[in-house]
Design a protein around this ligand. Structure first.
Ligand code: FMN
Ligand code: FE2
Ligand code: FE2
Length: 395
């Protein structure tokens, strides 16, 4: 599998893992991408999860036979990419590990590999023969040591996790030759779950990398982007600015359906008010990775939950913590909640909105026990206020 005549794809597909990072479902699998640059000297850019080492080594040997690997460039020292470093060193003992200072310290810390390393700084170059590689630090996308490697000879950027997505590769690697439909949603979900906290570093990386003349983007997960590279960059740009389109996510917890009735009333009213994109998530059922993705996509956020053991329904607390962690910004917000004897849910949601500096469009609706006509009216006016705020933003 060739990206260019001299750049070979030697990555692998993982269709066994259920949860990426032990957290995020990957129904379409995931790929760990690694690239071999064949020249007078041979460089490998990143490796794969150690569980796939046999296949990885076979692919390397298919591409370069018995020639040795001279350099292993580590763009991102996270075990999904660096997991094979130690094994690879056993097969290629003379291979120099190329990385920045932080990367090399981590390689030593995780794998005890400290010898035969080449430390590179931002902007440094490494000549392989025809290819000249340059190294560009893009810290916190999404680890501190992250860098991108660029071959100006072929205008190929090896971008690390930046521009990556979930979804194994089903035969083809280059976007031009495959049906990419499945990857767009998986890219938004990957971004929201993995990179979502680091909007500002992603913006800095986009600015920095925009000075390079790039034909092909080779990320560590998902397809290699050529025809669609502008679309990929625009998705990362939009998400990292927390820019959202008109629409509302109504996410709620409910054990017995009372809080859910408020959610239904709110959604129906939003629709009557002309809001077209409405996504409802019952947090006991929806996986949070999809909830996060929809929250990154839409401008309106309405959250509701019952009070539970003097606190808020646990699945809602789990979502709030994920949103706080990602510092989600610029949302039009409203909330609702329920209780039987002493309400806490609405207090927690109100404090959350304050912390997030959201634009709160309406008074919260706090419901004691079952929904009566007054609760219903308050839910309707909450929804009208949210819809009004969103429609004000129409251009
Ligand atoms: C395990 C459990 C703990 C609860 N803890 C509280 C509580 O601390 N304070 C309170 O006012 N209500 C509490 N409730 C009552 C619920 O908030 C109330 O029944 C609410 O109407 C449930 O909404 P739902 O029908 O949407 O699940 C609790 C209910 C359950 C099942
Ligand atoms: Fe990563
Ligand atoms: Fe990764």
């Amino acid at each position: 599998m060739n990206i260019t005549d001299t750049i070979h794809y030697v990555g692998v597909n993982d269709r066994k893992k259920s949860l990426f990072e032990g957290l995020w479902p990957i129904p379409y699998g995931v790929s760990y991408n690694s690239y071999l640059i064949e020249d007078e000297r041979i460089a490998l850019v990143d490796t794969v999860d150690a569980a796939f080492f046999d296949r990885f080594l076979a692919k390397i040997r298919d591409a370069i036979g018995t020639r040795p690997i001279d350099y292993l460039v580590i763009n991102h020292m996270e075990p999904d990419h660096s997991g094979s470093v130690k094994l690879l060193r056993a097969f290629y003992p003379d291979m120099a590990i190329v990385g920045n200072k932080q990367t090399l310290a981590m390689v030593n810390g995780y794998y005890g590999e400290a010898g035969n390393v080449i430390e590179v700084k931002d902007g440094d170059e490494l000549a392989l023969g025809r290819h000249i590689l340059s190294f560009h630090l893009i810290p916190m996308v999404h680890w501190p040591e992250t860098m991108a490697t660029y071959s100006k000879t072929e205008r190929v950027l090896f971008s690390g996790d930046a521009f990556g997505c979930f979804g194994a590769l089903n035969g083809g690697v280059m976007d031009e030759g495959i049906n990419t439909d499945v990857y767009w949603g998986e890219m938004e979900r990957y971004y929201s779950c993995i990179v979502g906290k680091y909007g500002s570093p992603v913006q800095r990386a986009l600015t920095k990398l925009s000075s390079l003349d790039i034909d092909v983007v080779c990320p560590t997960h998902g397809p290699v982007w050529k025809a669609e590279k502008a679309r990929v960059a625009s998705i990362y740009d939009r998400l990292s600015k927390y820019e959202a389109e008109e629409g509302v996510v109504v996410a709620y917890g409910s054990m017995y359906g009372n809080t859910e009735q408020l959610a239904e009333t709110i959604a129906e009213t939003l629709s009557e008010e002309g809001i077209r994109n409405i996504v409802m998530h019952n947090l006991s059922k929806s996986d949070q990775s999809y909830v996060l993705t929809d929250i990154f996509r839409y401008k309106g956020l309405v959250l509701g939950a019952p009070t539970y053991n003097g606190s808020i329904f646990p699945q809602m607390e789990a979502l709030l913590s994920k949103l706080e962690m990602r510092e989600v910004k610029n949302r039009v917000f409203a909330c609702f909640g329920s209780f039987t004897w002493a309400g806490q849910a609405v207090k927690r949601l109100t404090a959350f909105a304050e912390k997030m500096k959201f634009d709160v469009a309406a008074e919260p609706v706090e419901m004691k026990q079952g929904m009566d006509a007054n609760d219903r009216e308050r839910a309707i006016s909450l929804a009208k206020a949210v819809a009004g705020r969103l429609k004000n933003g129409r251009s």
